[in-house]
Design a protein. Sequence first.
Length: 203
Amino acid sequence: MKHLISFFLFCLALISPIANAEQPHYISDNLFTYLLKGPGSQYRIVGSVNAGSPVTLLETDKDYSRVTDERGRTGWVESKFISTDVALQERLPVLETELTTLKAKLVDALTTNDGKNSDLNSTLAQRNSQINKLETRNTQLQNELTIAQDDVRTLRAKIDTQKDDLLMKWFTYGGVVAGIGLLLGLLLPHITPRRRKRANGWA
């Protein structure tokens, strides 16, 4: 009996990760997140994944999850940025298409049935309000994404500049130290007085 229970638990443990991996996952709508070399912020950044990008969940280690993105890159991201909900950028076109279709049907219904004009107009106003809200939200997200991308480019340029400046300083310091050492090596033999030998050969 114990062997049967152990075998059942073992099978359950094997099936659970497979089922979890098959379920589609997405990067949540937070502009973008970094793709890390390992499960922690101390690991090197190997890239970034835009919000709404589909990813394949491979494993989870505490607060980080290893994923493969749509470009085939594998790395670690914070688990809080992974969601099973379809991203807004994928939902929005579908909603707009459905709303446009519904809007056209409502217009046709208004022309064929004057008695339902009031209810249909109310529904149409609600749909138009939803469309306006979605368009406003989409514009806001695009603006935020543009600003964030500009900030990332600026920060990367600053980091590259700082690296070059630091490297140049170290080269300069090294050259100065080497020059001083060479100069001292040439001058010290001439500056240090030599002791004259006595007649008996002792200094």
